[in-house]
Structures are given as C-alpha cells and as structure tokens.
Design a protein around this ligand. Sequence first.
Ligand code: G6P
Length: 606
Amino acid sequence: MCGIIGCVLKAGSVAPILHKGLKRLEYRGYDSAGIATVYNGAIYLKKDSGKINEIHARLNLDNLPGSIGIAHTRWATHGAPSQVNAHPHLDCDERIAIVHNGVIENFLELKEELMDRRHTFRSKTDTEVIAHLIEENLKSGKNLLEATIAAVRRLKGSYALAVISSLEPDKIVFARNESPLIIGFSDSANFVASDVAAFIEHTRKAVFLDNGEAGYMTPSEFRIFRIDSGVEVEKRVIELTWTVEEAEKSGYPHFTLKEIYEQPHTISEALKAQEKYLDLLTEFLDRGREVFLLAAGTSHNACVAASYMFSKIARLNTIPVIASEFIENYGRSIGIDSIILAVSQSGETADVLTAVENARMTAATILAVTNVVGSTLTRVSRAYVLQNSGPEIGVAATKTFTAQLTVLAQLALRLARRRGKLAQYEIDELREELRKLPELVEKTLMISDKPMRELAKGLANARSIFFLGRGISYATALEARLKVMELSYIPCIAYPAGESKHGPISVIENGYPVFFIAPYDPTRKHVLGNIMEMKARGAKIYCVGTEGDNELRENSDWWLGLPKVHEILSPIIYVIPFQFLAYYLALERGFDPDKPRNLAKSVTVL
Ligand code: G6P
C-alpha cells in the first residue's frame, strides 16, 4: 500500500503542495518518497529512500519548478526501498513520469518483452513497466491519455496511477483498478490522490473513481472514461465533511477499525503474493528434515494455524515455536537440514531476529513471510514472501494477521500440490475458496460488526473470558484471546476445547463467559460435548459457528453464524468477530484501541 498524489495548479509552485500531501499520506507507507514536476519542456525529479522528513532535509522537496506534478510515498512490494526503486519512475527518454499504488501481477512477462525491444530498466519495481509501455504507445502516435489507457489494458493486477509528460505539460493522466483513487477539484487546483486526506485542506469537492476508469485533468477541467470501452462517464460529486484527521482514517474513528475493514482488500493483495517466491519457499520447505515456524505475538498465532494447514493438506509436520523460546528449546539440535520459516509482520522483532541469527550460525535455511521489504528479516533470509498489507498503524495486529494466514495457506496449497497430497479436484476447490476469500471476508465484516458491538456492552465488566476451539480453531482462539486481552485489558484464557477439561474448567462458575469457535469442520462433532461440560458448570456459552448449524445454536446462550468456509481458511473468517469484540470492548471500557498501554508495534528488544 503506497500513497500517491497529483496536482495541477492554475498558477504557482506545486512542489510544496505535493510535499504536504505526501505527509498526509505517510500512514500508507514511508520507506521512500519522491516528487516529479513538469516545467519548460522537461521533467524534474527528486526521490530517495527514507522517511519524507529525512528526504526533505536532504533534497528540499519544496524546491522543484512548475505548477503540475505527481508524488509518491512508498511501501515496497517489488524491490527493496532504495533511491532507484522510489517513485516516480521514468521512461527511457525521461519524458514520462509515473507514480503507482498497487501490484502488477504480470510485470515480469511485460518487462522481458520490453527488454527484448531494448528498453532500459533502472529499477526492480513492477511500476516501471508501465512507464515504458506508455512510452511505446506515445511513439506510435497516441496522446498521453490514449497511451496510458492502452498501457493499462495490458496490466493484470491492481493499480492507481498518475502520469505526467513533458510532451503534454498541462495535464495529469490517471487510471484505477482495485487501488483507491479520488479526484478533488476547485477553481484554482485539481488533485488526484489515493486518499482525500492528501487534498482536503485545499478542497472538499471530490469524485471517487471506480475500477476500470481512467482520465485526465488540466487546471481547468477533468474528464473520466471507461478503460475498456473508452466511453466518457459522468460522476457524482461528493461534498466531503471529514476533518483532516478523520480523512487520514477514511472517516473511521480509529485506525484499528479502519484496518479491520481493510481486510477484503489486504487479503486480495496477499493473494497476489509473488508466484516464483512462493515456489521457492515451497521447494525449501519440502527439502528439510524438520521445519520450525518461528514468530512472536499475533504472528505466532498465525504459525499455529499454519502448522494445521501444512499437516492437513501437505502432510508436512511443522513445529510452531515462540521466538523467544527457540534458542533454549531447539538451538542445539538444529543444523544444516533444518528449515526455519520466520513469520514477522515488521521483520524487525528482536526475539525473531535473534533466533534466526542463532539458526543461521548452524547453517539452517531461513525463510520468511513479512510485510516489510528491506527489513532485517528480508536481508537475512534465503527467500521470503511479502504479505502486501501496507502499514498497520493500530498497535494490535488485525489486517496483517489475516494476510499472513492468506500467504501461509497459499504456501500449504503449493506444497500439497508439489508433494502430490491432494487430488486435482481438491486443489481446484481450495484455489477457488482462496479466490473467493475477499468476498467472504466482506460478508463476515457485515455480519459481525453490530452483534459484537452489542455484545461488548454486556461483557465490558467481565472479570475474565474463556476462548475455546478445536483443531485449527485453537489458533483462532489464541488470537481471539490475544486481541481481546491486549485491547480491553480483561484477563483471558484460550485452550484447545478438548484440553479444557484437564484443568482450566475448574475456574468456571455461574455466568462465566466462554466462547466457542466452532466452524462446521471435522472437529465440530466433539464441540457439543465440550459445550455441555461447560454448561454443566454454569458457564454462559457464546458460540461462533457456521450459519445453519442449529444444533450448536440451540445449545448456546448467544450465537453468531458465519458463512461456510474451507477448513484451513476458517481462522481468516472466524477471527473477524473477535477483532470487533476487542475493539468495542476497549471503547466500552474507555481505552484507546489504537494505542494499548504497555505495548509497542515493533519490539526491538529481547
Ligand atoms: C509486538 C506487537 C504484536 C506483534 C508482535 C510480533 O509484540 O505488539 O502486535 O504481533 O510484536 O511482531 P511481528 O512484527 O514480528 O509480527
């Protein structure tokens, strides 16, 4: 997730406006940034890696000539954060500059094709192919809008992009598919940006682009067309009422809630994880004598779920280990044929890095799933896959958890295929379920928000809450507990439902809230018995199960039915109600859900 902004001014210098807009978009990414303007028949460009303030201190981002320009703040997905990989990107002749937010899935194919036609690439990004495609189209006699439309018709994936050219110095051309893009307009300036936060100080009149739309803007007008047919479209003008602060959160009161609601998008970005790296990881996973899944916090809960995924469909036993325990528990027994799959959103967690360093010394193979290209973890691992979630501002992980699970499920599926452990129809079925995930998540968000908000009112004074699940839902229970505990500060317990009778059941007394996470999977047949055990001791049963499971519904005091989902994907769906519960409990109890006390987003101490 990156942030883009373009601005055409009637008069004056655009660079300071773009610089300020970038600051407003910084929450979307902050590993590198850049601005390009067009002036006097040439493109002017400043870009570098680092935070916007650092880059400004080095390059003075306010000082580029011209009244038309584009800018970008980056969250790397292809190519490490560096000066060359920072946006804007140029074509061979430096007559076009482009900024892009999204992931171009077929960029390698396009890049090879363009290199065969002697285009010179400067960066490792997927974006640069678009600049060269537009360059070719311009040379064949098209204008900038036609050239951009022809270029994006060749792209597979997501994009929000803005283009300027020294050949048509009075305009910005833009296009959108899947990544957000909004136009803001006024008498003195027109804007195009990933988010209204970038321009809300200048105008409150906005038009939201839809997928498959492209257009251009000059200081006096903007026009929008369908990419497929070229037909012009009329758009509704929206009068924005948000404050700048609200705009940064897309109108949500907190980043945590915004990020919970971003999950259909972040899951669909995680589904675009790069094929060749998934294959590489799969190959290594298949080779090892033993596989450890190494992580901390929420990422550890994702690993617990992953261990069920790997064994269920790929018949690979893996050991999920809490990073801070790894050296003591396994440090001396690992070696050259051990595989360590480290899962870390930030790629900077000290517990994970220390364990990885220890494993590296024994010549073990280090693999990673992370959200941050250029993080220490990406530098010390043999191969890694990105989850493409964009920055997560809420301290408690929400969208990055479900994105990790989405990547891990894809790995498990590939491994199953490689090992010949699933029949073709099962592979196809699971692929289809993965494809449908964003839709299912969208539905689950709709189903769960209100009931969980209501429920939080009743549970706000609970002294403790229990979370139980069997099979892969044990991982969901662990994450439900972690979310609720870290945001509401209510002490919580999570256990495998079958194990709860071996001890923890002794804490149950009249009215004690016990949540069951019970999707309709092979473990479901035993859940009823566990519910009965708890009920018999006076527990109040809250059950999240599959829609239509009347037996569980009738035996619960409170019930939420979720859509049917493939067993190994269920944590992605079933965690969502608990993200809401944690969020609303924090509000009910008067705590800031974005900044839970005593916690940090990235813990870089042991
Ligand atoms: C911290 C955060 C958690 C996170 C954990 C692991 O404790 O507060 O939310 O799950 O670190 O972070 P990582 O970046 O390695 O996934």
